[in-house]
Write a protein that binds this ligand. Sequence first.
Ligand code: ADP
Ligand code: MG
Length: 436
Amino acid sequence: MSPENEKLLDLRQVSQTYGQGERRFTAVEKVNLALAAGEFVALLGPSGCGKSTLLRIIAGLQFPTEGQVLYRGQPLQGVNPHAAIVFQTFALFPWLTVLENVEVALKARGISAALRGPRAVDLLDRVGLDGFESAYPRELSGGMRQKVGFARAMAVEPELLCLDEPFSALDVLSAEALRGELLELWTSGSIPTQAILMVTHNIEEAVFMADRIVVMDKGPGRVVSQVKVEIPHPRNRKSAAFLATIDRVYATLAGQTEAESVELGTAPGEPGRTRALPAVDINDLAGLLERLDELPNDRADIYRLTQDLQVDSSHLLSLIEAAELLGFATVAQGDISLTSLGETFAEASILGRKAIFAARLRRVPLFKWLLSLLKAAHQQQLDYGVVQMALELEFPRDEAERQLETATQWGRYAEVLTYDDSDEMFYLESVAGPGA
Ligand code: ADP
Ligand code: MG
């Protein structure tokens, strides 16, 4: 094997669980991921699928529950000295100036005091922070602080540069400028970094920058596929090759609508993975269905739709998931099409929509489960905390909370159940809802 193709990093069957006892859940399951020298890999997936967890494992900041992490063929022990992470929002020392914040990293590498100053100035220059050397972090915008973070990571001259959603806290223009600068440093070979692993939930960003995209999904977090990006830099976002790659990623992420029983999944307490509700607002869902209804053949290319509706891809994918779950749309090869039920919904009156929605909602296992609990409960009412606890057996705590919030919003819209905030109780809608 030539050194260029040498495996820098090799994750084998890596799993991570968090929590104890009944709260224990699997955040990352059996991930295999290898990175060769010369590669720029993007790790793409929805929030909560374990991307940051994997980065921390790779950097040696935490040890996985199961599996192996090899670096240059050797098991990783403790913090990985060859890796540096840039976080979404970088923690700077507030009592040090911008220049000193970068110098600290150089000092840690054993660079002599005489060289530190000029080197730090040069690094700050590269990320466009010249003139701010003597400012303190509190005087900087979020975007500028992030640039200091970049300069600091570069100062370490890491062999493996790990980036955790590095551009997501920046404004559009600074993000684009910094992407370009990083790519230039990388493609020109002017930094000693051998490989880059970048976490993102931005599909376009992944296709713009990476050579290979590792696609993850959650529940539990796992790698579901990989997409190679064989387009030379600098990449043109409007080129046919670029758009075709974006489509392939969308096709992977949005999947393919399955048979109804598979789409619906199982209820809490039943064997099999409990089907989670995508956290979407019904008004947004209605907006999507209305837009599709206006388009020729009631169908659209998902990537075009993100631009058309000006929503980010993860939000749109959640909306699409909800539409599939409720039987309003189907997905195949990166395109979404309305079903006739979806079309009926889009064209119905407000009451008509509620009735259709209620009828579909009653088929969703998590909802069926909630309704049966309510029916069986004393006075057909249940304490929020009790339901939340039951859901925490199925989902991590914050996800359980999100599930319940979504269920409440959907249930209220459908007039199937009500929730009283003052006593934190769920009630079965006493007057039969329009869908009953
Ligand atoms: P991502 O970066 O893809 O959003 P994370 O790796 O941050 O995902 O988190 C994956 C899951 O693990 C989430 O459900 C998150 O709440 C949970 N999690 C992350 N870190 C911890 C921790 N230290 N303790 C408990 N749960 C955690
Ligand atoms: Mg994260």
